[in-house]
Ligand binder design. Structure first.
Ligand code: FES
Ligand SMILES: [Fe+2]
Length: 372
């Protein structure tokens, strides 16, 4: 770790209480070395969402993804066991599976045709007789640690840390989500959004306790009881929730954002679960560069088959799309401002921004731990 990078990390005072705290410094959002360090630390030492369980429920079903720049493939074996591997051929490192998802009888590399079983063992190596000291059994796909929770499959690279997925999520969060009974909700649609900002700008925006909602999201604001918006920090998650109102609701939003409460769960560092009555969406925030972020939205509903429900679901997704469109411009604006010589850090609202404070302290802890 360079001393310059260490200095950047030390610029943040993680021990300041919320009413004295500032945000992390602007340089953390624009510095390429810090970004690279985040991939090696924050994204490699936490459990990361890699797939939905419904994508890999049958033997042979697989999903490819990349996490912190590492190509990953998840595949359910013929024995019914779900496994994760680095999607890197043991011959000359090509990606073995190239589609985002699918079903296969075996995993065949498109480069020179090496073939692996669904369980990751190397089975076929064309034109490879006479190679000395080559042990096929030692050349299976390299496994990655994987665990399932609710509707999602998580992976984790860091082997040194014994924290299980449940330990990482914490008992409190696992129990809260269990009571919501997400199994009644089924996946409907996936959308990808691109943001011209650092991934942390998107997360900060999410965690501002509804602060920006009355200004940027008039439709959403019309269904939330803004003054009673609550923020509850856990160990590595934050629940923001708001009572909902029907009076004065904007028509489109009011039709699809219903219930007693809106629940917004953020799980450190980059996964969000948003719940309304009869609707859930998740956001996976994927860093694509120091100032580029992809956010993958999955939308879930109780009924995803009847024509009538599908129409209602599509209207709900359209409202979600509008809210994202409203956030795109502000995230870009913030990223530009973070690059300005006029800005270094900002203060936090005690009423609204406890979630951001937690996020910044967790980041600091991860970056500091690995820099020693
Ligand atoms: S790189 Fe996969 S077979 Fe050669
Ligand atoms: Fe927003």
């Amino acid at each position: 770790m360079s001393s310059g990078l260490q200095q950047l990390i030390d610029q943040y005072n993680a021990s300041a209480p919320l009413d004295r705290a500032s945000t992390i410094p602007a340089s953390w959002y624009v510095n390429k070395d810090l970004y690279d360090l985040e991939l090696k630390t924050v994204f490699s030492s936490t459990w990361q969402v890699a797939a939905r369980v419904d994508q890999v429920s049958q033997p042979g079903q697989y999903v490819t993804t990349d996490i912190a720049g590492e190509p990953i493939v998840l595949v359910r074996g013929g024995d019914g066991v779900l496994r994760g591997f680095f999607n890197v051929c043991r011959h000359h490192a090509a990606a073995v599976m190239t589609e985002p998802e699918g079903k296969a009888a075996h995993l065949r590399c498109p480069y020179h045709g090496w073939t692996y079983s669904l369980e990751g063992e190397l089975k076929g190596t064309p034109d490879f007789t006479g190679v000395c000291g080559f042990d096929r059994a030692q050349n299976g796909l390299v496994p990655v640690k994987l665990a399932e929770w609710e509707q999602w499959v998580f992976v984790k690279f860091d082997k040194s840390d014994a924290l299980s997925l449940e330990g990482f999520l914490t008992k409190q969060l696992v129990e809260e989500i269990r009571q919501i009974k997400l199994t009644n909700l089924h996946w409907f649609e996936r959308r990808h959004y691109s943001f011209d900002c650092n991934w942390k700008v998107f997360v900060d925006n999410y965690l501002d306790g509804g602060y920006h909602v009355p200004y940027l999201h008039k439709g959403l604001d019309s269904v939330l009881d803004y003054s009673n918006y609550m923020i509850e920090n856990g160990e590595r998650h934050c629940l923001q929730w708001s009572p909902m109102v029907t009076e004065g609701a904007e028509t489109q939003t009011g039709a699809v954002r219903k219930g007693d409460r809106a629940l917004y769960y953020w799980i450190y560092p980059n996964f969000m679960i948003n719940l309304y009555d009869g609707a859930m969406d998740t956001n996976l925030v994927v860093p694509r560069g120091v100032d580029q972020t992809e956010v993958i939205f999955d939308f879930y509903f109780p009924d995803v088959t009847s024509a009538e429900a599908r129409q209602r679901n599509a209207a709900s997704v359209a409202v979600g799309q509008r809210i994202q469109d409203e956030d795109v411009a502000i995230c870009k604006s913030v990223q530009r401002g973070l690059n300005s010589r006029a800005y270094n850090a900002g203060r936090l609202s005690v009423r609204r921004e406890a979630g951001e404070h937690l996020f910044h302290r967790l980041l600091h802890a991860d970056l500091s731990r690995t820099s020693q």
